[in-house]
Design a protein around this ligand. Structure first.
Ligand SMILES: Cc1cc2nc3c(=O)[nH]c(=O)nc-3n(C[C@H](O)[C@H](O)[C@H](O)COP(=O)(O)OP(=O)(O)OC[C@H]3O[C@@H](n4cnc5c(N)ncnc54)[C@H](O)[C@@H]3O)c2cc1C
Length: 494
């Protein structure tokens, strides 16, 4: 296998981060393995030469875990793109370099099925599924990690030897804990995932057409837009309250609204618009959307634009809400600060949101709400490593910029916004009656900083809650030399 060095024509392209240009790595070598054996060889090379390896699949990490100047060997799985049905396991085998969009495409065109996963088609499954992975269909079908049957991981043992292991959900599997850790611990912790096998836990036999949920036969999307200038603090609060109340009332696993997902984008006022977008599947899609908008948007009594569109699932999934990722967004730098909510925002939090979103500043950012729950909340907490199983919304303060001059004010704004939103709990969404920590697929290194997290609850409890000691044991067993580490990686049990 070739080692790509800085003098290679491919190096500059490969060394650059694919999404979120806030970070830049400078690895000595880049490997592009095409098989598990080549991953083993690349990793062994790094270990033998005492070079720090990192792994990348889709390049959509929100922090600098891969594009880290101290990383010396970059192992990029993006040429590992096979997706097939494994009859012996009765599960789809998906290699780490397959992107979410390509996975949707192949599963749909070959078998008419879907793995509920993330929203952006460019995300790599390699760094995605092992972080839980929520998306447009999670209220209806759960997280991608809920379907994980087995995972192949290349790790380094205490003797410094790289080796591959297949770990399965089967209770008697000696590597069951390694499987479990890959249902929510996030990327870059234990080793390099080369392949996932996914199937519905209830599926029997080896029929690919029933091994995963059927893809929606069609969907209806909705887009609602208000002029920011029409809002005052009262109508703003009314809208935020309505969205939270609706999510609180309609996010149980047996809710008839599980086929609907909805987003509220409270953009900064200088961006001109407040928006809602979402989709519903199935024969009642139009009715569900109508009822949702009647509960959340209509009572505000402000004029809004409304666009409904019927689409095939695949057409939508390959280019969902294209206005969210406009040309140029690939060059952007972004900061995302995530929080799970079990209950709606308080009046004080809504007032904080109003203050930051109307602040006299040129900010490209806002506060985004995504409905959560539904079938995600059907699973017992210990069944997977994804610990948050009774939330109703995932909420994120975010900021994006292209001009380097905008970095400091944007970061300052988004960090203080989040800190003030959770002022009553030390600046972070601690597990409590209202909030429940944050999502490891949306990592935020501020949570480990005493400047931004004054709650006394460590970052790992915000992400993993009671699962952290169990994950530490997996780390000790499978990465005893701590070959895989980053700013928020799991520390081995002593
Ligand atoms: C635009 C955008 C939209 C997103 N939408 C969603 C969403 O809808 N739902 C959701 O859950 N998340 C979402 N995310 C977050 C996304 O799931 C995570 O950032 C995920 O880790 C990206 O995986 P990747 O392989 O693309 O990224 P990479 O940058 O390649 O890797 C991310 C992390 O995983 C590790 N990793 C990568 N490949 C492997 C591997 N083969 N084995 C072990 N570790 C590996 C890396 O070392 C790194 O720590 C989104 C992110 C972006 C930027």
């Amino acid at each position: 296998m070739q080692k790509i060095t800085p003098d290679d024509i491919r190096y500059a392209d490969l060394a650059q981060k694919r999404f979120n240009k806030r970070f830049q790595g400078q690895p000595h070598y880049i490997f592009l393995p095409t098989t598990t054996q080549e991953v083993i060889e690349a990793l062994q090379y790094a270990v033998d030469h005492r070079l720090r390896p990192v792994v990348r699949s889709g390049g959509h990490c929100l922090e600098g875990f891969v594009s880290d100047p101290s990383a010396q060997v970059l192992i990029d799985t993006s040429l590992m793109t096979s997706l097939s049905f494994d009859e012996l396991k009765g599960a789809f085998a998906i290699e780490a370099g397959v992107t979410v969009g390509e996975m949707y495409r192949r599963l749909f065109l070959n078998w008419g099925v879907v793995l509920p996963a993330g929203e952006h088609p460019g995300i790599g499954v390699g760094g995605h599924i092992l972080g839980g992975a929520f998306g447009f269909l999670c209220r209806e079908y759960g997280l991608a990690a809920d379907y994980l049957f087995a995972v192949e991981v290349v790790t380094v043992n205490a003797a410094g030897k790289a080796l591959s292991t297949i770990a399965t959900r089967q209770p008697g599997d000696p590597h069951h804990e390694l499987w479990w850790a890959h249902t929510g611990a996030g990327g870059g912790n234990f080793g390099i995932v080369t392949r996932y096998w996914v199937r519905n836990p209830q599926a029997v036999g080896s029929d690919p057409f029933t091994a995963l949920p059927k893809a929606p036969s069609s969907i209806i999307t909705f887009r609602i837009g208000w002029e920011w200038k029409d809002f005052d603090e009262t109508s703003f609060a009314h809208l935020v309250r309505n969205f939270g109340t609706w999510a609180g009332q309609n996010s149980a696993p047996d809710s008839r609204f599980t086929p609907l997902c909805s987003f509220l984008f409270l953009n900064h006022r200088n961006l001109g618009k407040i928006e809602m977008k979402g989709l519903a599947t199935g024969p009642l899609a139009a009715q569900l959307i109508g009822e949702h908008l009647d509960a959340v948007a209509t009572p505000i009594k402000l004029p809004f634009t409304k666009q409904l569109e019927e689409s095939g699932w695949l057409r939508f999934a390959l280019n969902p809400f294209p206005e969210l990722f406009q040309p140029g967004s690939d060059s952007a730098q972004i900061k995302v600060k995530d929080a799970f909510f079990r209950n709606p925002l308080t009046d004080a939090q809504i007032a904080t949101a109003w203050q930051y979103l109307t602040a006299n500043a040129t900010i490209g950012g806002g506060l985004a709400f995504a409905t959560y729950g539904g079938k995600v909340n059907e699973h017992p907490v210990d069944a997977t490593a994804s610990a948050q199983r009774d939330s109703i919304m995932d909420v994120a303060c975010n900021a994006g910029w292209i001009d380097p001059q905008a970095a400091a004010p944007s970061l300052d704004w988004v960090r203080n916004f989040y800190k003030d939103l959770f002022a009553d709990t030390g600046g972070v969404p601690i597990p409590c009656e209202q909030t429940d920590g944050a999502m490891i697929n949306h990592p935020d290194t501020d949570l480990s900083s005493p400047l931004w997290n004054q709650s006394g609850v460590p970052w790992y409890s915000l992400y993993y809650k009671q699962h952290y000691p169990r994950l530490q044991q997996v780390k000790a067993d499978y990465d005893p030399l701590n070959i895989f580490h980053h700013a928020l990686s799991i520390k081995a049990a002593k």
